[in-house]
Design a protein around this ligand. Structure first.
Ligand SMILES: [Cu+2]
Length: 141
């Protein structure tokens, strides 16, 4: 009888313990609700072309291409910034910035650390107007 109880109790105890450990380990930045913004990209514009976010609030930009493959590459430093030390935008996956995969929405996940205007431009040569395909991310206090 006691053995049977152990067979039942041990897996349950294991479940409860591992769940508690997982919950305790999740950093606050992952549990905090990010500001999710969808940006539509088509030849040769981003909509919206101007994005307003707040310093310290995690942002998820979803870049959706409507025609050919586009993507966004965000400048890591605000316009006019001479300090090239710590980036003003802190990406969870820096490699995602400017990475374009055909048919897949690009996800840029970051926390703005510094106020200012950050330019973003199309990260994939998409035609004659590619060089003027740009937008602005404005980080407010
Ligand atoms: Cu382009």
């Amino acid at each position: 009888m006691q053995k049977r109880f152990l067979y039942l109790a041990m897996p349950a105890l294991f479940c409860v313990t591992s769940c508690a450990i997982l919950l305790a380990q999740t950093p606050e930045s992952q549990t905090a609700q990010p500001q999710v913004i969808t940006v539509n990209a088509k030849k040769y514009e981003f909509t919206p072309v101007e994005i307003h976010v707040h310093k310290g609030v995690r942002v998820q930009l979803k870049i959706h291409s409507e025609d050919v493959a586009h993507g966004a590459k965000l400048s890591l430093y605000p316009e006019g910034s001479s300090d090239k030390g710590t980036p003003g935008l802190q990406f969870s996956d820096p490699a995602a910035n400017g990475k374009v995969e055909k048919g897949v929405d690009q996800l840029l996940d970051f926390v703005p650390q510094q106020t200012g205007v950050y330019e973003f431009k199309c990260a994939k040569v998409c035609g004659f107007g590619h060089n003027r395909m740009k937008g602005k991310l404005i980080v407010e206090p």
